[in-house]
Design a protein around this ligand. Structure first.
Ligand code: GTP
Ligand code: MG
Ligand code: NA
Length: 343
């Protein structure tokens, strides 16, 4: 059975380090180009298997003891600022799995809890990235890529401090109905939320974070990611009118596939439109869709999960957040339209 790429949504309070974490993994500098350092849109980028393998280092071979099948992941970056509740919900609605980023020195903050409610409502499994360990007062810097090694060289008082911060998170999560543990103490990843201390600045802990994430995906999401008879569907992130492209929509293709001959159905203010793509454009791997450094590549066909730009004159006026359905069967268009109009 064919398994699609999982969608990993990154959520958390403003400035907890979501974009910085993705920058460190991708080797990009998106955060530095944001106005005021604040994310204001949903981002999407593809992490190929090779980059995950590289960032995991020797841990990669140990993931769940078998050969790793996840064919890369689509990561969705969301804003943490309080005004963007709708974007967090939208990002969460596409998620197969999530990274909840928490600033280790601040603990749970209002949008941490809000993000968690999004995940809870949709039963999305997640891992906690306890970020900015390098800012713990007295933290000894090192070149260690692994957080376990970095913790070992800290003074006893710093280790105790980190332990306390971890248990503060464990306490909060327990009130909210989750049992959780520092990842090195987790016995059953299906039952306990793993907390991975890390730093997006130095990169320490990122190998472990990715290893936990890929391990979780493989063991517990395989069935969900199977593409057998799934309907092709997605979600609109934003709609633009671009020079040389015309009206176009950035979308996340969540399930199935989209080809140049397929029909796309999407809701507008005054009813459901059906349209064929004039172009399907795919960003380069690792390139952030909302801030691309490279030209998008036109493709004939794309498989989920993917962030894509679809050009079509009919897409002007489509509302961000709208669900998208796709069919290759002309006879299906009418039925799908009726279903969507009834919603
Ligand atoms: P929003 O998307 O606006 O909610 O913020 P964000 O969660 O994406 O955080 P962002 O990546 O913008 O980081 C916020 C600030 O924290 C930036 O100045 C980063 O350089 C800094 N930062 C992020 N991660 C770390 C870290 O691990 N250590 C230190 N020292 N600073 C960090
Ligand atoms: Mg950000
Ligand atoms: Na920020």
């Amino acid at each position: 059975m064919k398994v699609r790429q999982p969608i990993v949504t990154v959520l958390g309070h403003v400035d907890s380090g979501k974009t910085s974490l993705l920058d460190k993994i991708r080797g990009t500098g998106v955060q530095g180009r944001e106005a005021g350092g604040i994310t204001q849109h949903i981002g999407a980028s593809f992490l190929p298997r090779e980059i995950i393998k590289k960032r995991c280092g020797p841990l990669y071979g140990k993931i769940s003891g078998s050969d790793v099948q996840v064919p890369g992941v689509l990561v969705i970056d969301t804003p943490g600022h309080e005004v963007f509740t709708n974007l967090r919900a939208r990002g969460g609605s596409a998620a197969d799995i999530a990274i909840l980023v928490v600033d280790v020195n601040r603990g749970f903050q209002p949008q941490t809890s809000e993000s968690l409610r999004v995940l809870q409502a949709r039963k999305v499994p997640f891992v906690v990235a306890l970020n900015k360990v390098d800012q713990i007062p007295g933290w000894r810097k090192s070149d260690a890529p692994f957080i376990t090694g970095a913790i070992e060289i800290q003074d006893a008082s710093i280790r105790a401090d980190l332990e306390q911060k971890i248990y503060d998170v464990v306490g909060t999560l327990s009130v909210l109905g989750y049992s959780s543990e520092a990842f090195y103490n987790v016995k059953d990843f299906a039952k306990e939320v793993a907390i991975v201390p890390m730093s997006a600045r130095s990169g320490v802990g990122i190998p472990e974070l990715l290893a936990v994430l890929v391990g979780l995906t493989q063991q517990y999401l395989s069935a969900r990611l199977e593409q057998g008879s799934k309907e092709s569907r997605g979600i609109v992130l934003e709609v633009n009118d671009e020079v040389g492209i015309g009206p176009s929509a950035n979308m996340i293709l969540i399930d199935g596939e989209l080809g140049m001959n397929d029909t796309i159905l999407v809701a507008k203010r005054d009813g459901v439109v059906s349209t064929k793509p004039k172009a399907i454009l795919l960003p380069k791997p690792l390139d952030e869709m909302r801030d691309p450094r490279d030209k998008f590549r036109p493709v004939e066909r794309v498989e989920a999960a993917a962030g894509i730009k679809v050009a079509s004159p009919d897409l002007g006026g489509v509302l961000p957040g709208s669900a998208v359905y796709i069919t290759s069967d002309a006879a299906e268009v009418g039925r799908l339209k009726k279903e969507m109009e009834a919603e």
